[in-house]
Design a protein around this ligand. Sequence first.
Ligand code: S3P
Length: 442
Amino acid sequence: MDSGYKVAPGGRLLGRLRVPGDKSISHRAIMLGAIADGVTRVTGFLEGADALSTRNVFRAMGVRIEGPDDGRVTIHGVGRDGLRPPAGPLDCGNAGTAMRLLMGLLAGQSFATELVGDETLMRRPMRRVADPLARMGARVETDGDCPPVRLSPSAGLAGIEFRLPVASAQLKSALLLAGLYANGRTTIIEPAPTRDHTERMLGGFGVRVERDGARVSIDGGQRLTGCAIDVPADISSAAFFLVGASIAPGADVVLEHVGMNPTRTGIIDVLRLMGADITVLAESEVGGEPVADLRVRSAPLSGIDVPEELVPLAIDEFPAIFIAAACARGRTRVSGAAELRVKESDRIATMAEGLRVLGVSAEPTPDGMVIEGRPDGAAFSGGRVEAHGDHRIAMSFAMAALRAGGPIAIADTENVATSFPGFVQLAAGAGLGIVETGAADS
Ligand code: S3P
């Protein structure tokens, strides 16, 4: 609760930037590398607290993992049945992805585990994973809907066919990982496409995953072979600069080597629908994931009704999208995004509260928000907003200062380090007037 930001109004963003490695891919690289046969070498790994929590969890289960050292991690895989019982509870920190994917991976182990996390994570829903795992034969206990999660050895998992009740890549991934340890075939049916990093990466480790429309299937018993993984820059971290450079007059930024997996690029589609000037350059592919450089220049934005099919493809970017909406001409409506209420914070409530503090007309709805933009001059007043420990809320309000009439103070920003270590330095270097503050002056 003690660290905060103070961001001076105005400024513009310029230059070439490389944001840190993709969080989703970094978690998965550790997990799959740990249960593979042989060595997995990772470059571009996210040196943020969330990915380090996952590394620590596997170290606690006897996996030798070197690094990160300048983004390089070496994982000495122990094979699918080589994990060892940990001495105590496994601490996932702030990382929902770590906890949910681990539930799937650990459900089929021959030893018991307990998964815990920080204050925020201990309030997040886990039954969505525990229930289908129980149907596969797992012995899993939660405290109501929440952690701690306790897994005990079961008589064996059996593959199931399961239709996801929510569009969730974490849930899909947990069941695919459990499916690796199950007898027979596990098939998951998605209500809408979600990020497919698990499927792609399993393929890189030599595991067959079949995709047929909305159905994804995996046969149990397959082994993984260690491989090389180049983690692209995280489009969810690039998103703050895509929005910042769009709303700041005179901005011109190139974001380098950004992951462009089509299940993650909803932010580009949403911003382009609003009129953003984003050019995709130097497209290539690294380790089964598309990457590109993104050039973004300031542009007048217009309010839109965000198409609901884009919501799962931009799910982590809504705090930033709300900032763009506040600077757009006209009204922006977001719906079909109730999942935002169960992220690191209730992102509908937290953003609406902060936007109102900054003088923006923002009407929260059960599954979204309606925002009236202020396209001319200062879209935000100065003021003091609360990040409520949510990294993406903190970084989104930092970008709002580019179009504010006075300084913006942001409280409770510590968790920015979970996904974006070095945010302040990178943003300040590009032209944002941001400094870190302590509790007394935040
Ligand atoms: C993630 C999936 C998404 C996303 C989260 C990372 C992943 O969560 O919000 O930041 O790595 O699979 P849900 O699966 O809950 O939508």
